[in-house]
Ligand binder design. Structure first.
Ligand SMILES: NC(=O)c1ccc[n+]([C@@H]2O[C@H](COP(=O)([O-])OP(=O)(O)OC[C@H]3O[C@@H](n4cnc5c(N)ncnc54)[C@H](OP(=O)(O)O)[C@@H]3O)[C@@H](O)[C@H]2O)c1
Length: 347
């Protein structure tokens, strides 16, 4: 990975950042050094302690993420750090506060300027890597379980990708809530999925047949990030009153410049199933789409997750920590599929 340095600048006046200079593969990422950003109106500058590496960056590099940013741009969906400067018009936050933010782009740098509206507080004693694993992935897992599907103790659910960043947290949260989890993953990760308390299945097998064998009356919720035909399979596996939550169409055939395409069939299906529900033709089953966003629920739910970690009930799985210079290696590792849990960049 390329590296530009300004060795003479006083500390704290420059910021190193991971720049996507062109669309393509992670090896094309470059680390650049520029002036530290200043906080504009309604915004703060955060000294980043840890930033998350996620599927969003893989998709962004390939031009496949929804509303993809144009290069050159700094990647990075979410971060944990400390406020070093507060812009005009910001209330409620002070220099020195430890915070998380989910800017969607721009987290992979030493100093990030982010909207004050996107902030939530972080306990001082929480590990930065574990905290950042909870920002996008943890809130997604929590809200899909408790707000979208509203799963009750005693229920049985199907979690696709139970070995991933979202999946490991969703599985732990569900198990802790008294829910039986059937989790799909590649066979090499089945032991890890089992250790989280789930019953693993290989997503390359006949998942419908395997789930029917384990849960003959059907499952109460399906959490699906794969889209395509998998959505129909998930819907068919729901017990009466169950909920399908569709939160991406990642394996359903994106093409550059057409990132929206795979989402349309998923959206059509979700709408169609809900219309069927309105006329009483869905056996009480519901379908929901989910997209994580900042706001009051985001802050409340993140606080609940932090409490669970502090109480030792939830353990975010930090697979590996990389320095900024090795961001490309981290993304490559994610693409190669060997990761269990969350990869984290530590500037
Ligand atoms: N809607 C939202 O707000 C939101 C928020 C966060 C994430 N997401 C989406 O959620 C997905 C997961 O994100 P992540 O950060 O957890 O990614 P990740 O860590 O890369 O995990 C991806 C998971 O998908 C599994 N997988 C791969 N192919 C599969 C298939 N054909 N069927 C079932 N599972 C398969 C992988 O299993 P193996 O590694 O065992 O192959 C892995 O467990 C991504 O698509 C991401 O864009 C959406």
């Amino acid at each position: 990975m390329g590296l530009d340095t300004e060795r003479t600048a006083p500390p704290g006046t420059t910021s190193r950042r991971v720049v996507m200079t062109t669309l393509g593969e992670p090896e094309a990422l470059r680390v650049r050094t520029g002036a530290r950003p200043a906080a504009r109106r309604g915004r703060v500058v955060v000294r980043v302690e840890a930033a998350g590496v996620s599927f969003a960056e893989v998709q962004t590099l390939r031009g496949l993420h929804p509303f993809p940013p144009k290069p050159p741009c700094v990647l990075g969906y979410d971060l944990v750090g400390r406020i070093v400067e507060v812009g005009p018009g910001v209330t409620g936050w002070r220099t020195g506060d430890r915070v998380v933010s989910m800017p969607r782009v721009g987290a992979w740098q030493e100093y990030a300027e982010v909207s004050a509206k996107s902030l939530a507080g972080v306990p001082e004693d929480l590990d930065a890597g574990e905290a950042v694993a909870l920002v996008c992935n943890g809130v997604t897992a929590w809200q899909m379980l408790h707000r979208s599907a509203r799963v009750r103790p005693g229920a049985t659910v199907l979690v696709h990708g139970a070995s991933g960043g979202v999946g490991t947290l969703l599985t732990q949260l569900a198990v802790r809530h008294g829910v039986r989890v059937i989790g799909t993953a590649s066979p090499a990760k089945h032991d890890a999925v089992r250790a989280l308390g789930a019953e693993p299945l290989d997503y390359r097998d006949d998942v419908v047949a395997a789930v029917r064998k384990l849960a003959p009356r059907g499952v109460d919720a399906v959490f699906d990030h794969i889209g395509g035909a998998g959505l129909n399979a998930g819907w068919s596996l729901l017990a009466p009153g169950g909920t399908l939550v569709s939160y991406d169409s990642s394996v359903a055939g994106y093409r550059p410049g057409q990132w929206f395409r795979p989402h349309l069939p998923a959206l059509r299906k979700v709408i169609g199933w809900n219309v069927a529900g309105l006329v009483g033709a869905a056996r009480g089953r519901r379908a929901r789409t989910y997209y994580v966003k900042p706001g009051p629920h985001f802050r409340d739910d993140l606080a609940s997750l932090f409490t669970l970690v502090r109480d030792g009930v939830l353990r975010p799985t930090v697979a590996r920590r990389y320095p900024l210079d090795e961001a490309g290696r981290a993304v490559r590792e994610l693409i190669d599929g060997g990761v269990i849990g969350k990869l984290v960049l530590v500037p």
